[in-house]
Design a protein around this ligand. Sequence first.
Ligand code: SAM
Length: 184
Amino acid sequence: MKKIVEVAHKFIAEHQDLDIAVDFTCGNGYDTKFLSECCHQVYAFDIQEGAIAKAKTIAQRSNIEWILDDHANVDQHVGAFDVGVFNLGYLPGGDESITTNADSVITALDKALQIAHKPALIIIVLYPGFEHGKKEAKAIEAYVEKLDSKHYDVSILKLLNRKDAPYIISIDVKGEDEAVPFTI
Ligand code: SAM
């Protein structure tokens, strides 16, 4: 299988009209780098100074605004956006006790859905392979499955034959003129 983040990037690359992106968890900066290459402006959040310092060495474009803050405060830094990425868990190679948590992700999602352009795309990469990640994934699924299907299409891309593999939730925020349920 391809790395899950490559799949996430493919989803994003297929999306049209990408102008403003938010990387809600910049970590080592690989998602930020990708977003900076396909969008005009990127806002990159992390709560760890060390993560942002490392990310700046990976993603070096001038269209990135680095934000050392909790993504739950997204509305204090970003006015609107077209694509958002949450790559959850802890910083690879960093302190594993500093990890994302469902409460701030859900607060960030709540605010993100209010400021997102219509249409917009939000991709969440979840890691249920460790105890905290499993609980976080459950809580986030419970939140997204209640989103109104008139305004959002929420889908999951998951390997059913590999227990606890990382997976993707995508939230398609529909355009103003598309407020109808998704049909097959
Ligand atoms: N996107 C990254 C990359 O391309 O390397 C990987 C992200 S890493 C799995 C998760 C990151 O989320 C960590 O660097 C961690 O510090 C950050 N994080 C945890 N809680 C956060 C929060 N409330 N707000 C913003 N960032 C947070």
